[in-house]
Design a protein around this ligand. Structure first.
Ligand code: SAM
Length: 239
C-alpha cells in the first residue's frame, strides 16, 4: 500500500493553520508568491486544489473566478475549508495516495498542490491520477520541500535516498511531530515524465521584501538556502 504520513499531525494542526498560516511569512511571503507566479489566468477555469489545508488557495481561486474542487485527507482541514468558502467550492475528504474515485477523467484545466506531496511516499498514484483528471494540455503546479534544504537541515547521509524524516512544529497548544518524505531532485521530476507531463518551469524563488520586514534573520537564511521547490508542468498525453 502507498504510504502517506502526518494525518494525525494535520488533524492537530488544523486550527493553528486556519488562524495563523494566512499571515505566516513562510507561507504568505515565500511559498504563496512562488506558487502564484506559476499559475495561469484562472478566471472561468476548473481547478483542483489538491491538499487544500485550511482553504487559503481555495478561497483565492474562487475570488479570481475559478470553479474549484478541493481535497484534503484531514477531516479537520476539510471542515475549515468548508467553513471558509461555504458552498462556493466542492470540498472532499480524500487521500492523494489513493485513486480519486469521485472525480471523472478530463475534469480540470489546472491542479494546484502546494506543500502536500512530500507527505506521500510513492508518487506514481498521485501523478497517474493528476494525469487522469486533467484535460489534455492542462497544467499542474506544485511546491514541495526543497531536497537540498532537508538534506542539510536533517543531517542526511545519502542524498539519493527517499527517506522518512521527522520534524517538530511548536504551536501555542504544544509540540506536534510531523513526518514527511525527502527525495532527491530526480525523484521529484521522474513521476512527471513517466506520467504524461512535460516540465514548463522549475523555480527557487527569493522571499519577498515583506518577509524581510517581518523576519529579517530568517529572510537572510532563505536568500542563501532554498526551502521549497516549485514546478509547473503540462499534461501532454494521457497515460
Ligand atoms: C503544509 S499543508 C498545505 C496546505 C495548503 N496547500 C496551503 O498551502 O495552505 C499540507 C496539507 O496537505 C494535506 N495532506 C497531506 N498528505 C495528504 C494526502 N496524502 N492526501 C491529501 N491531503 C494530504 C494535509 O492535511 C495538509 O492540509
Amino acid at each position: 500500500m502507498n504510504k502517506s504520513v502526518s494525518l494525525d499531525a494535520y488533524q492537530k494542526l488544523a486550527d493553528y493553520y486556519f488562524h495563523h498560516v494566512d499571515e505566516k511569512p513562510a507561507n504568505a511571503d515565500y511559498e504563496r508568491p512562488g506558487t502564484l507566479s506559476l499559475l495561469p489566468d484562472v478566471e472561468s477555469i476548473r481547478v483542483l486544489d489538491a491538499g487544500c489545508g485550511a482553504g487559503w488557495y481555495t478561497q483565492w481561486l474562487i475570488e479570481k473566478g475559478a470553479a474549484v474542487t478541493s481535497i484534503d485527507f484531514s477531516p479537520n482541514m476539510v471542515k475549515l475549508t468548508k467553513q471558509r468558502v461555504g458552498q462556493n467550492a466542492k470540498v472532499y475528504q480524500a487521500n492523494l495516495s489513493e485513486p480519486l474515485t469521485m472525480i471523472e477523467r478530463n475534469t480540470y484545466d489546472l491542479i494546484v498542490s502546494p506543500l502536500t506531496l512530500h507527505y506521500i511516499k510513492d508518487w506514481d498514484v498521485p501523478f497517474k491520477e493528476f494525469n487522469r483528471v486533467l484535460r489534455e494540455r492542462g497544467r499542474l503546479v506544485f511546491s514541495v520541500h526543497h531536497p537540498f534544504m532537508d538534506y542539510t537541515q536533517f543531517n542526511c547521509e545519502n542524498y539519493f535516498a527517499t527517506e522518512l524524516l521527522e520534524d517538530t512544529w511548536k504551536i501555542p497548544e504544544g509540540e506536534v511531530k510531523v513526518h514527511f518524505y525527502r527525495r532527491p531532485l530526480t525523484e521529484i521530476i521522474k513521476p512527471l515524465y513517466l506520467n504524461g507531463f512535460t516540465i514548463e518551469k522549475i523555480i527557487e524563488p527569493m522571499p519577498t521584501e515583506k518577509y524581510r520586514e517581518k523576519s529579517p534573520d530568517s529572510y537572510a537564511e532563505l536568500t542563501k538556502k532554498p526551502q521549497f521547490l516549485f514546478v509547473r508542468a503540462q499534461k501532454i498525453m494521457s497515460v
